[in-house]
Design a protein around this ligand. Structure first.
Ligand code: F6P
Length: 408
């Protein structure tokens, strides 16, 4: 590679998105790339020429190791939708102008479905206007809803946090047995795909009976049926723990969190979902008089690098690294995918895939992994997900808390 490169982060952060930046940086250094730039706040920052020099920010092995252990988007993220090309050529020309100004040959963008749309639009524009610059997608999303790839970096760590925290919640909830039952509703992210909520099933094991029900957005949510299910469970046991996706929708298409309030919408038209567990817990308390708790994992599930999966950290690094190698080979308009080659032992390689088949496509939990009653996951899912949460990488603790790498 003769020119420089730039890497950006976009969309909701994950516990390992910085490991992908570390992978891009490490590969570029290995190839002798002169300058590795970081976009400050993704493509939105890039359009304002807001760049940083990763040698100054990371500066060597120690920085790479700390970056792998740092949650959030180290470079800063954005939720910015590239406008349609027609009538907005100036926005696209601006991107290429800034790339030329800094002699940037390749742009790497780590993100989910919406961010892959940015890669698609920029590579399409380059192809249509005979521009030599290349664009590569680096997969990232706790939602695990990108198609083609077996799974998405970020998912394994969020799933590990969810499975662990739910085990701890069940343990706590089971402490009281003589009083009336306690019902705990746990709300999990993931928008319209139930992958993350499904991870609640991973709590079950030799030392834990698991959650009592899992409500995925892949199934229509029936509030009356839900209340009846809870009553039935509470009649039988003193501790009831239920996992529910933030994206569950009732038959008329409204999200459960919308039933009681107006919700905000982002640049991609996504509704800001939150409050599902609180709403359901309040309804249970009203109807039954039972003691309820609502737990919303919210930001914690995507920021818990202290409980990240080592498999996930390594794969996040690898997709960043391999994106640079693919660009070096001349590839553009593609995203790196994770390709599973086996479960026992778990093996996974990577390849590059056409971004047009990926951008804006949402992959849901397959029907065959959801139990017949629609309230659980079967062994097919467990076999798929278990390897992704394996392994740990301890943070570097300083004064009792993990040390992070912070952008200067
Ligand atoms: O797409 C990742 C994600 O974390 C979703 O699971 C969640 O619905 C959304 O982002 C939350 O968005 P925000 O960070 O804007 O609240």
């Amino acid at each position: 590679m003769k020119g420089n490169i730039v890497v950006g982060q976009s969309g909701g952060p994950t516990a390992v998105i910085n490991s992908s930046v570390a992978g891009v940086y490490a590969a570029a250094k290995k190839l002798g790339v002169k300058k590795v730039y970081g976009m400050v706040h993704g493509i939105q920052g890039f359009l304002n020429d807001n760049l940083c020099d990763l040698d100054e920010q990371i500066g060597g092995e120690m920085g790479i190791e700390l970056l792998k252990r740092t949650p959030s988007a180290f470079l800063g993220s954005c939720r910015f939708k590239m406008p349609k090309i027609e009538g907005h050529e100036d926005v696209y020309e601006k991107v290429f102008e800034i790339m030329e100004k800094h002699d940037i040959e390749c742009l790497f963008y780590a993100g989910g479905n919406d961010s892959m749309d940015t890669v698609k639009m920029l590579s399409d524009y380059a192809a249509a206007h005979n521009k030599p610059q290349r664009f590569m997608g680096v997969p990232k999303t706790i939602d695990n809803d990108l198609p083609i790839t077996d799974h998405c970096p970020g998912y394994g760590s969020a799933a590990k946090y969810i499975a662990t925290s739910i085990k701890e919640i069940i343990r706590d909830n089971e402490s009281f047995g003589v009083e009336k039952p306690t019902v705990c509703i746990v709300e999990i992210m993931g928008r319209n795909a139930g992958w993350l909520t499904a991870a609640a099933a991973l709590a079950k094991g030799e030392d834990c009976g698991g959650v009592d029900a899992i409500y995925l957005p892949e199934r229509v949510f029936d509030l009356d049926k839900f209340l009846a299910d809870v009553k039935e469970l509470a009649a039988k046991k003193s501790s009831v723990v239920i996992a529910v996706s933030e994206g569950v929708q009732v038959a008329d298409g409204r999200y459960v969190c919308e039933l009681g309030k107006e919700v905000a919408v982002d640049a991609f038209g996504h509704k800001q979902m939150s409050g599902t567990a609180a709403m359901l817990a309040a309804r249970i308390a009203e109807e039954t008089g039972l003691k309820t708790r609502a737990v919303e994992f919210s930001t914690l599930q995507r920021a818990a690098t202290h409980l990240a999966s080592l498999t996930d950290i390594n794969e996040a690094f690898q997709v960043g690294y391999d994106a640079v190698l693919a660009a070096e080979e001349g590839k553009t308009g593609m995203m790196i995918t994770l390709d599973r080659n086996g479960d026992a032992p778990y093996q996974c390689g990577t390849s590059a895939y056409d971004i047009h088949a990926i951008a804006n496509v949402e992959r849901k939990v397959p029907d065959e992994w959801i139990t017949e009653d629609g309230k659980g996951l079967n062994d097919g899912y467990i076999k798929y997900a278990r390897p992704l949460i394996m392994g740990e990488l301890l943070p570097v603790f300083v004064n009792g808390t993990p040390r992070h790498l912070v952008r200067k």
